[in-house]
Design a protein around this ligand. Structure first.
Ligand SMILES: Cc1cc2nc3c(=O)[nH]c(=O)nc-3n(C[C@H](O)[C@H](O)[C@H](O)COP(=O)(O)OP(=O)(O)OC[C@H]3O[C@@H](n4cnc5c(N)ncnc54)[C@H](O)[C@@H]3O)c2cc1C
Ligand code: SF4
Length: 510
């Protein structure tokens, strides 16, 4: 793949100091931060900054256009900013990353390629094949070895235990050696259903520039204004969250509402994942706001838990569990991906139609639809975990390997047999009905498990438990559910309905 006219227009290809170059510093599209990674020790006089728009990445899957747009436009903006600062930037399109880097290396008398540790096993292996040198990554708050030593000393990998250690180690929301507010966990104050007649703050829109327009044109799409593609825009999103949402984050963090697509969620994951924001910056902003006294501790704690707890834990587990972990399928789930994931127009399940439509519109929904709707549906229908994982990776703006693999294989569909989470996140319609306002307008009834209008989630929840009752009987955290199953008087009828629902879902008729 040759160099491209749009890149020339940005002036990103001018490398005029071939004889001086001592190092090639490789910046992948998820390390776009000036102060971290390999850029920290960069020398404008003797380093070339290499950025590769890998065509294998761009065309390798049917990616959500919004996701490609976000990743590419952010990278081009970043390259341009570096160049404006005086760096020599070689941003080029290449068949794949190693090929692009080798092309650059040839032009610089085989200068060494240096990079920070990559965010996935695959990229790491690819760069090893061209003898790239790695420095430790500092894009997370927890070094990989530190996490491994914690995990290696645990009987079960409870996030809560890791999180409490993080609070102390990083000294976040602490009063001396005690947690601020007197408790580690405020879940009892959170987890409220969506409020009625509530005024959600307006969404922050991000303006577009020449680079955005050019990328959108290349991708043959019209860009939206949902996601920022610059550091400035990412900082504006952080500021908007802190000012308008942070104080209310906790109580409604698990709710799903038809009248707001993001509720009080921060919408910061894409920027932390591509490097435009560092998690330390997000935590500092949160702590500063908490110290003003305007943010209740239950919201502050809930948010801090996500950043220094869940995010770091999931990254740590990805590296700790190794490259084979993604292939787990302990529940032997073999169903092909259901058609409603790609085309929600025909399903009568209001919750799924609304969620997949939201994803099609902006490549994002918050953690509860990801877990309790999409993953739950894949889990109770026995959908193949790897097919579901690939779909999730294609459609989310913030999808990256390190975060998707543990969240799906471990948390979402329990394909690791309980290595990460002690019990599966399976739920029937009653949970969804309690936490959302989807069910009122639905063709199905969340309370029913048999009959034509039974909620598919409710029917399939019991069917799932029945299919795996022998496995779950050994799990003391599942004993209540298995006990409930044994008391069902209409199990034969339910099994028949479950079969109908599964066939209907496969044909795209449910
Ligand atoms: C099945 C499943 C798949 C997921 N896939 C992804 C993914 O591909 N990329 C991704 O960034 N997040 C993923 N998450 C985590 C979470 O859903 C998103 O980070 C969050 O919805 C992003 O929106 P937000 O920034 O508004 O988050 P907020 O609700 O405002 O939370 C703040 C931050 O906490 C972090 N966080 C919270 N939960 C998790 C978690 N379970 N794992 C890692 N980070 C977390 C994120 O960085 C997020 O930005 C997944 C969760 C589940 C259950
Ligand atoms: S009734 Fe069932 S399918 Fe319909 S919206 Fe509620 S949970 Fe979803």
């Amino acid at each position: 793949m040759g160099r491209n006219s749009c890149l020339l227009k940005l002036g990103l290809l001018a490398v005029s100091k071939a004889q001086l170059v001592q190092r090639i510093l490789y910046i992948p599209f998820d390390q776009l931060h000036r102060n971290y990674g390999v850029l920290k020790g960069a020398d404008k006089a003797t380093d070339v900054i290499a950025m590769i728009e890998s065509q294998a990445m761009v065309t390798g899957a049917d990616w959500h256009p919004e996701r490609l747009f976000f990743l590419i436009s952010s990278a081009r903006h970043f390259a341009k900013d570096l160049q404006a600062e005086g760096f020599t930037v070689d941003y080029r399109k290449a068949a794949d990353t190693p090929t692009g880097l080798q092309e650059i290396q040839k032009e610089h008398k085989d200068a060494p390629i240096i990079c920070a540790e990559q965010s996935s096993f695959r990229l790491t292996e690819k760069l090893r094949t061209i003898n790239a040198e790695f420095i430790p990554t500092d894009f997370f708050l927890t070094p990989r070895e530190l996490f491994a030593s914690w995990a290696g000393s645990q009987k079960s990998y409870l996030m809560e235990n890791f999180y409490r250690k993080q609070r102390v180690r990083l000294n976040i929301l602490m009063d001396g050696d005690q947690p601020a507010g007197g408790a580690w966990n405020f879940d009892k104050d959170n987890r409220l259903p969506p409020p009625k007649n509530y005024n959600w703050p307006a969404y922050l829109e991000h303006s577009r520039d020449e680079i955005d327009t050019e990328v959108a044109k290349e991708l043959n799409m019209s860009h939206t204004t949902t996601w920022a593609t610059t550091r400035k825009g990412a900082l504006a999103q952080l500021d908007y969250f802190i000012t308008h949402h942070f104080a209310h984050f906790g109580p409604y963090e698990d709710a799903m509402a038809l009248d707001s697509w993001s509720l009080h969620h921060s919408l910061l994951s894409p920027y932390m994942n591509n490097g435009l924001l560092h998690p330390a910056e997000v935590i500092q902003a949160a702590e500063k706001a908490f110290k003003t006294g305007k943010v209740p501790v239950e919201s502050a704690e809930a948010f801090v838990r996500q950043i220094i707890g869940w995010r770091e834990y999931v990254n740590g587990m990805y590296w700790f569990l190794g490259p084979e972990y993604r292939n787990n399928n302990q529940l032997q789930a073999s169903r092909k991906l259901l058609p409603l994931f790609d085309d929600p127009s025909k399903t009568q399940m209001n919750c799924i139609k609304s969620t997949v439509t939201d994803i099609n519109d902006r490549a994002w929904v918050h953690h509860i639809p990801r877990l309790m709707l999409l993953s739950n549906l894949a889990l109770v229908t026995g959908t193949n975990p790897q097919e579901f994982l690939e779909w999730m990776r294609r459609v989310f703006i913030d999808a990256t390997d390190w975060v998707m693999v543990p969240n799906i294989i471990g948390m979402g569909v329990h394909a690791d047999g309980g290595l990460m989470m002690t019990k599966p996140y399976a739920a029937g319609g009653a949970y969804i009905s309690r936490m959302s306002n989807y069910c009122k307008g639905c063709a199905y009834n969340p309370k029913l498990r048999t009959g034509d209008s039974a909620c598919p989630f409710t029917t399939l929840y019991w069917d799932f438990l029945d299919r795996h009752k022998e496995t779950f009987a050994k799990n003391h955290r599942m004993s209540q559910q298995v006990f409930g199953l044994n008391r069902l008087s209409d199990l034969p009828e339910l099994k028949e309905r479950a079969q109908e629902v599964l066939e209907g879902l496969e044909k795209g008729l449910v």
